[in-house]
Design a protein around this ligand. Structure first.
Ligand SMILES: [Zn+2]
Length: 280
């Protein structure tokens, strides 16, 4: 079973505008149209069995709408094929109440994006959310490292992420992008921490809309394998960040990296299936 633990979709009516807007703002190419059916077509082409959707709430008042759409995806797919996390904004009123309701609705977890949400990950507002999500045993997927939309902003820097992990040692935290997109040297301080990391756009960073590579330096295969082993292959999850990278290309890069067969089956699906409670 191959699970892509880091993808994004938008409701059909919003997808064209949302994807075009984000592609233009950061000058990144999109590899699917950002709809659920576009993602399913990409999964079928790439041989991916299931994808985890990670909605980002950029304004507190969007919380309800975004989570209603996420719940509709989960209802439509019944925990197979597409599984959506929920979104929550650090400025959401009564975050404990919102989180409790999300857990009661059956959501496996939440996504936080400190740069898009404008709140550093080690800020009290985020610490409070992660602490409460941990008490509910929810997955917390966190954008880690730089983001081409916010050059120079350190809200999800490895240093701040370390500070969060010291405050809230929750083993279901997932640090995206190998714990620090485009900050690989600093991210190394997090490899081995008692949490998960995902592989999204680490080796195959997004391209500019004209097809040129982005200026962010990708990890090479040897560096990727070193990072996976430093962290522990049993806590690394395959992710693509679709539509911002090609799922098939991301999968091929991990397969060709030099990991052993056992490490590959763990990273590409085994770890994700256990985390979702599907097996073992
Ligand atoms: Zn992402």
């Amino acid at each position: 079973m191959i699970i892509d633990f880091h993808t994004h979709t938008f409701p059909d009516a919003l997808a064209p505008r949302a994807v075009a807007g984000m592609a233009a703002a950061a000058d990144m190419m999109n590899y699917s149209d950002g709809t659920a059916s576009g993602l399913l077509a990409s999964m079928a082409r790439s041989g991916i069995d299931a994808a985890v959707l990670a909605p980002v709430v950029t304004k507190p008042r969007q919380t309800e709408d975004i989570n209603r759409a996420a719940a509709a995806v989960n209802a439509a797919f019944q925990g197979r094929g597409l599984i959506s996390l929920a979104g929550i904004h650090p400025d959401t009123e009564s975050p404990e109440k919102v989180l409790k309701s999300l857990a009661a609705q059956g959501f496996f977890g939440i996504k936080l994006h400190p740069l898009f949400q404008g709140v550093p990950i080690d800020d009290e507002r985020n610490v409070r959310i992660v602490e409460y999500a941990a008490s509910l045993d929810m997955i917390v997927l966190i954008h880690a490292g730089a983001d081409p939309n916010y050059p120079g902003l350190d809200y999800a820097s490895p240093r701040r992420l370390l500070a969060l992990l010291e405050r809230v040692p929750h083993r279901k935290i997932i640090l995206a992008h190998m714990a620090g997109f485009d900050n690989w040297d600093e991210a190394a301080a997090l490899w081995g921490a008692p949490c998960y990391i995902d592989t999204a756009v680490a080796m195959g960073p997004w391209r500019r809309r004209n097809g040129q590579p982005s200026p962010a330096a990708p990890m090479d295969s040897a560096g990727f394998v070193r990072a996976v082993r430093a962290h522990g292959a049993e806590r690394v999850l395959f992710g693509s960040d679709s539509p911002w990278s090609d799922q098939g290309e991301a999968l091929s890069a991990v397969r060709a990296s030099g990991l052993t067969g056992g490490e590959l089956s763990a990273v590409l699906g085994g770890n994700g299936a256990k985390l979702l409670g599907w097996e073992g």
